[in-house]
Write a protein that binds this ligand. Structure first.
Ligand SMILES: NC(=O)c1ccc[n+]([C@@H]2O[C@H](COP(=O)([O-])OP(=O)(O)OC[C@H]3O[C@@H](n4cnc5c(N)ncnc54)[C@H](OP(=O)(O)O)[C@@H]3O)[C@@H](O)[C@H]2O)c1
Length: 319
């Protein structure tokens, strides 16, 4: 599989161009199916897997950790840990089971970060997490505390790269400055919701033009796009665009039509064109996609074979 890089210099890591999201593994996707999808991803050359300590707390009103635990068992059985890049996240676990309101997130205080990372290491069966994200932007603790605690994880060797997720551009910039002032490792990756369709502006810090402008200049920060298939919407023509996430507006329906037309023309599926569009994207994007079956995975992998020429890209961009 094609490769991408995260970070710079000696600390740089090479990852597969597609990152497999493990959010539903061990809960909505059963263990046998999850393992079959993981095996097939690796067989196809995939090396980059994404999880979080709270996957999937909200499905079963559990304490979370199901996805990390399953990945840990699978890696131990397959003995392929060294061939993989494992990303996980902390800070978005809820402390009140079954109630995912924001005020219940355990957050990004220094003690929580340390404990959460150690718990993730234990569940994954690792002595080092390759990429560790702040899962959301908890603004209660001072940024110095959060950035300092994440930097300490890196200097203690518990994590490699540090990233953030669901962040506003200005907070990413400020956090990097804080890291530089503190002399610790700063964010080298940002994971945001990003797909071919644009949502209406709303409170969620999805990728927008401002972030793309920032990342064009700061090409040392990797952009990871989560929910690139709009959580399955492109693959289900009967399903309306998700209104609760801001995608049900006339321009989005028009753009979706362009996606379908291009897919027909190149004999691909809308899912494949949506992923291929991200794979051709500038600044570079690493899609973090989900698959609930081997068939879905194989469809997604087909995007790697799809070349979109300048004319098609211009049409998609203008859509
Ligand atoms: N940082 C964050 O806050 C954050 C938030 C969300 C997700 N993520 C990460 O991003 C990953 C991907 O998220 P996502 O699941 O929302 O991504 P997605 O890639 O947009 O959607 C994947 C889902 O689409 C459906 N799908 C795939 N192929 C299909 C097909 N051919 N036909 C119909 N449906 C199809 C499947 O769901 P069905 O089971 O319905 O078939 C699959 O699980 C997660 O695993 C997680 O690692 C991160």
């Amino acid at each position: 599989m094609q490769q991408r890089t995260i970070g710079t210099g000696d600390n740089q890591i090479r990852v597969s161009a597609l990152c497999l999201g493990a959010m539903y593994f061990g809960t909505r996707v059963d263990e046998d199916t999850s393992r079959a999808v993981l095996d097939r991803f690796v067989e196809a050359g995939g090396t980059f897997i994404d999880t979080a300590d709270n996957y999937n707390q909200w499905l079963r009103r559990s304490d979370g950790g199901e996805s990390e635990t399953l990945l840990g068992r699978w890696m131990a059985d397959r003995r392929i840990r060294d061939d993989l890049t494992i990303a996980t996240k902390g800070g978005a676990k809820t402390t009140v089971i079954g109630d995912a309101r924001e005020e219940n997130f355990e957050g990004l205080g220094a003690a929580t970060i340390r404990r959460a990372a150690e718990d993730s290491l234990r569940r994954l069966g690792l002595d080092r997490i390759d990429l560790y994200y702040a899962h959301w932007d908890d603004r209660k603790p001072p940024l110095e505390e959060t950035v300092g605690a994440l930097g300490k994880l890196a200097s203690d060797g518990l994590v490699g790269q540090i990233g953030c997720s669901n962040y506003a551009t200005w907070r990413l910039e400020r956090a990097r400055r804080v890291a530089a002032d503190l002399g610790v490792s700063g964010y080298t990756a940002i994971q945001q919701e990003y797909t071919y369709l644009w949502p209406r502006p709303g409170p969620a810090p999805v990728v927008g033009r401002e972030m793309l402008d920032y990342l064009t200049v700061h090409s040392d920060i990797a952009l990871l796009a989560y929910s690139p298939l709009l959580s399955g919407t492109y693959g289900r023509p009967e399903r309306p665009l998700p209104a609760n996430r801001g995608y049900a507006h006339p321009s989005a329906y028009a753009r979706f039509q362009v996606l379908r037309e291009v897919a027909d023309e190149v004999s691909a599926t809308p899912n494949q064109v949506a992923l291929a569009w991200l794979l051709h994207h500038r600044p570079a994007v690493i899609p973090v996609f989900g698959a609930s079956s081997v068939a879905q995975l194989d469809e997604a992998l087909g995007a790697l074979e799809l070349t979109l020429d300048e004319t098609l890209l211009a049409r998609l961009d203008a859509g």
